[in-house]
Design a protein around this ligand. Structure first.
Ligand code: SAM
Ligand code: TMP
Length: 407
């Protein structure tokens, strides 16, 4: 039996099978290898509302919990990105000093702390209690829980409606999207705005970055599919701003239908998406073929380096790396370990492939011959930081938009 769309209920069409996959952020100890849980990672397209979605997603509590290791502040580039977003919001969407801002997916407070510092009434919603504590340490008010319609009703009852609702890299994580969107409708003041930022479908298709597909990403949005999801809630996209973060994202400004005039950019993006084929199944079939080629090319390159007895280290144990390692079947025979700056990942092993995660300083002790750049979305920051590696003859391996040795 086929599955139905999480947004409109229409039968969906699977287009990519990435095989048995562990949870992207389930870094584990050696004792936990035997009990590791896998699910089938498959992506599908809805021919009716055009939403790209996972066929199956693990339970939300099994992904977002006290030990959730991702920290927004681990990239200085992301920290300045959020500082500039906060500046924009404070300038354009905060009508007066009594304004109320709600953010979901608050994580360690990298974005919301700027509102706290500006003395703005705010509330963060964050189910992963460990990172929520980090936000509290930054002076941010946080409620530990999952945002949905029921929680929105509680927030309005306790704190009143919101002027601004922020959600960076979290709306696409919410498989119960209608409940969250209804929550936004309940929460927003008449003229209020919601600002979402999520990995953008057209960037994923253009760059063959299939590693955007993992357990946490229930959806990969386009403007077209997001607007179809918003419509039953009386909400619409009033502005769009492409972002370079996370390998290509889109910032959507959303408001109640009829309360703000949509920008010309919205119309233009609808037209560009139509032209690029986001609504055609054949686009996804072509994407699948390119993903297969990318896998073959990467395995061929790593096999060649192994035969030449070259040392290869991974750089950045990003969530995305779990998809690449497991889909391509890359284990310790190809890549010695992955260097990562996140304390909660260090000393553990990568999900499924079981590569050891070592601190960033291990990269220099001594440098490998090649570094496989898993955190490719942070390439600028990392290549700048690790200039000495290339100066000493080291080479970076990239696989987005295609497999190649840089330089
Ligand atoms: N917003 C941060 C950023 O962009 O760096 C964190 C993004 S992180 C990938 C996603 C965060 O959303 C996690 O901290 C997770 O615990 C949280 N989250 C997941 N589902 C949520 C929900 N229903 N309501 C609020 N937060 C949620
Ligand atoms: P992300 O792509 O999901 O943000 O994950 C990036 C991973 O890379 C995260 O685990 C932190 C790590 N990282 C480093 O180890 N060094 C760095 O300089 C940067 C920017 C990230």
């Amino acid at each position: 039996m086929g599955k139905n769309c999480l947004i409109c209920g229409f039968p969906i069409e699977p287009f990519l099978d990435l095989g048995p996959m562990p949870k992207a952020n389930a870094f584990l100890s050696e004792e936990e290898f035997a009990g590791e849980i896998f699910f089938d990672l498959k992506a599908a397209f809805c021919p009716s509302c055009k939403m790209v979605q996972l066929l199956d997603q693990p339970a939300r509590e099994s992904m977002f919990h006290d030990g959730y290791p991702f920290l927004s502040g681990s990239s200085s580039h992301m920290a300045s990105h959020f500082q500039s977003l906060a500046r924009d919001v404070l300038e354009h969407f905060i009508p007066d000093p009594t304004a109320f801002v709600v953010e979901i997916g608050t994580n360690d407070g990298t974005l919301l702390k700027h509102f706290s510092e500006a003395g703005i009434r705010h509330l963060g919603i964050e189910p992963s209690a460990g990172v929520a504590r980090a936000a509290q340490e930054h002076g941010v008010q946080v409620h530990s829980g999952f945002f949905d319609e029921a929680l929105a009703l509680h927030i309005v009852r306790d704190s009143g409606p919101a002027d601004v609702f922020l959600a960076a890299n979290v709306m696409c994580h919410i498989s119960y999207l209608h409940s969250a969107l209804e929550g936004i409708r309940i929460l927003l003041k008449t003229k209020g705005v919601a600002i979402f930022e999520d990995p953008y479908l057209c960037d994923m298709l253009r760059q063959t970055s299939y590693d955007q597909i993992y357990d946490e990403h229930a959806f990969v949005f386009s403007l077209t599919s997001l607007q179809n999801a918003l419509q039953p809630h009386g909400l619409r996209v009033i502005d769009v701003n492409p972002q370079q973060t996370h390998g290509g994202s889109m910032r959507y400004t959303v408001a109640r239908e009829g309360e703000h005039v949509p920008s010309k950019g919205v119309e233009k993006l609808f037209a560009a998406e139509k032209k690029s084929g986001v609504a055609d199944f054949s686009t996804y079939e072509k994407f699948r073929i390119r993903c297969g080629k990318s896998k073959k090319d990467l395995v061929r390159l790593l096999t060649d380096l192994k035969q030449k007895r070259k040392r290869v280290l991974g750089y950045g144990a990003a969530s995305k790396s779990t998809t690449v390692l497991n889909f391509c079947g890359i284990g310790r025979e190809f890549v010695e370990a992955i260097c990562d700056s996140t304390p909660a990942k260090q000393g553990k092993f990568s999900p499924g492939a079981h590569l050891p995660i070592v601190p960033s300083r291990a990269f220099r002790a001594p440098y490998p011959d090649f570094a496989l750049l898993f955190a490719w979305n942070h390439a600028k920051e990392i290549l700048e930081k690790e200039k000495e590696f290339t100066a000493q003859g080291g080479k970076w391996i990239a696989y987005v938009p295609e497999v190649k040795i840089l330089g």
